[in-house]
Design a protein around this ligand. Structure first.
Ligand code: C2E
Ligand code: MG
Ligand code: MG
Length: 448
């Protein structure tokens, strides 16, 4: 079978012989081996004259899958096709090093700025990504690049290779084709691993704690509910705020187990207050999208509620608009089952992100929590005043409750009274506090 090299510049239809991998020197010379001499030499040469450089490691996305599917020869031809495609695109004839099958390295010397790096990587990605025909197989090759800067990230070639490959790995299955990885990224990654371990340990050692922040009726001042907010207590007693670990717990799925503990603990606390004769109409829990994907969420909640001698209607789940954006059948089913079982549903932080008024017409909804960014501008910007007033009127019209979040001063509280807002929550009324402090607050409220 004859394998001619045919490269059409426009459509990138390429027929190449695997031997083409080394014969037509597409960019600079191509050498084989890990970091090898070529990249090292280039990096050290740049370093010796104080020149900035970028180590770019590029690869054919899904290369292993392509080779597993179509065979080794296909892989070699694809590599050659890609390199041929890149020919002429690079500013100089930078030498390319083949690091491993499907993966190459190149040093961009003299690249100092972000725009210069972007110009080079965009050129490579646009040139390399596209439709090819390899050994008669039409396919789409996608070029991906990981970058590390010398000397900004490191001046050690081995470490730069490590960073650039880390960047490639971070691209994962995402839509991006290029990213950098720096020393700071490495520090963040290490902190993430430590936090993952710390969360596991904290759950075992019962070092997660719940604080509670009351919500008050604007008209009567009575406590209408209590939002449970989780904190991680370090061994030394200091506490880590949820924003520092919840996103990670959502990413790695830990939130499901943590959520079970939170639901159980909050139910027990509500039962303790009720046994002490203190009036807490309900407890609100923050629930992430990941938890709503959990098929066991409803039964676990039912068990926790039954165990504490409560009703499902004693609970309110605060979900964010992200949950509704998921549009997954399972999320919808879970929300419908929760609602059917009696749990009240609230939209948290309404007005941030991809706010859509359509969500307000969503049947199972009971409550809207207006994001605190609105209250922060109230009284200083008449348009925001009008938006908040409109929101309150709309919620009333829709038969929804409305909680204004982030009430930080008397002026904001007065504004809420004036426009007839339902419920308020914020530092000016009560900070999130440990259950014992909340007990005192409830006793004082009962005696008033
Ligand atoms: P969120 O649900 O919107 O909770 C309200 C946050 O605003 C809390 O921060 C609270 O301390 C803070 N806050 C309350 N009043 C005021 C105020 O007047 N001014 C200002 N500036 N802030 C106020 P926190 O406790 O740090 O929680 C942050 C976020 O972490 C929560 O936002 C929620 O999204 C998440 N989170 C907290 N606990 C849990 C949990 O148990 N599960 C899940 N999935 N997420 C949680
Ligand atoms: Mg909340
Ligand atoms: Mg909120």
């Amino acid at each position: 079978m004859s394998r001619e090299h045919k490269i059409s510049q426009d459509g990138k239809v390429v027929h190449l012989d695997p031997r083409g991998a080394t014969s037509p020197q597409p960019t600079g010379p191509v050498t084989d081996g890990e970091l090898g001499t070529t990249l090292c030499r280039e990096l050290l040469a740049a370093r010796s004259v104080g020149q900035s450089a970028q180590l770019l490691v590029f690869r054919i996305s899904n290369f292993e899958l392509l080779v597993d599917t179509f065979g080794q020869d296909f892989g070699s031809t694809a590599e050659a096709a890609l390199l041929a495609q890149l020919r002429g695109l690079l500013r100089r004839r930078e030498p390319v090093q083949r690091i491993q099958p499907g993966e190459f390295g190149i040093v961009g010397r003299g690249i100092r700025s972000e725009p210069a790096l972007k110009a080079m990587t965009d050129r490579m990605i646009e040139g390399g990504t596209g439709h090819y025909e390899i050994d008669g197989v039409p396919c789409r090759l996608k070029l991906e690049i990981g970058a590390a800067a010398c000397p900004a990230d490191s001046d050690e070639p081995e470490e730069l290779l490590h960073f650039a490959r880390f960047a490639l790995r971070e691209l994962g299955d995402g839509p991006d084709s290029c990213r950098s990885f720096s020393r700071d990224d490495l520090a963040r990654r290490k902190a993430m691993f430590r936090m993952e371990a710390e969360m596991e340990k904290a759950l075992e050692e019962r070092r997660f704690v719940l604080q509670y922040q009351p919500q008050f009726s604007v008209s009567s001042g009575a406590v209408t509910g209590m939002e449970a907010l989780v904190r991680l207590q370090r061994s030394d007693g200091s506490r880590i705020a949820p924003n520092e670990f919840i996103p990670l717990a959502e990413d790695n799925g830990f939130i499901i187990r943590l959520g079970y503990w939170i639901i159980g603990e909050a139910c027990q606390q509500l039962a303790r207050w009720r046994r002490a004769g203190l009036a807490v109409p309900r407890i609100s829990l923050n629930v992430s999208p990941r938890q709503l994907q959990d098929p066991d969420l409803v039964t676990v909640t039912e068990a926790a509620v039954a165990d504490a001698g409560l009703l499902m209607s004693d609970l309110e789940f605060e979900i964010t608009e992200r949950c509704m954006l998921e549009e997954s059948q399972r999320v919808n089913d879970t929300l419908a089952s929760l609602r059917h079982a009696g749990v009240r549903l609230a939209i948290d932080d309404f007005g941030t992100g991809y706010s859509s008024f359509a969500y307000l017409a969503w049947q199972p909804l009971d409550m809207v929590k207006l994001d605190r960014s609105f209250l922060a501008r109230v009284g200083t910007d008449h348009r925001t005043d009008a938006v908040v007033q409109g929101m309150v009127a709309m919620a009333q019209e829709l038969g929804l409750g409305l909680v204004a979040e982030g009430v930080e001063n008397e002026q904001q509280a007065e504004f809420l009274r004036r426009i007839g807002c339902d419920v308020a929550q914020g530092f000016a009324l009560a900070h999130p506090q440990d259950p014992e402090a909340i007990t005192q607050l409830l006793i004082a409220a009962a005696c008033a």
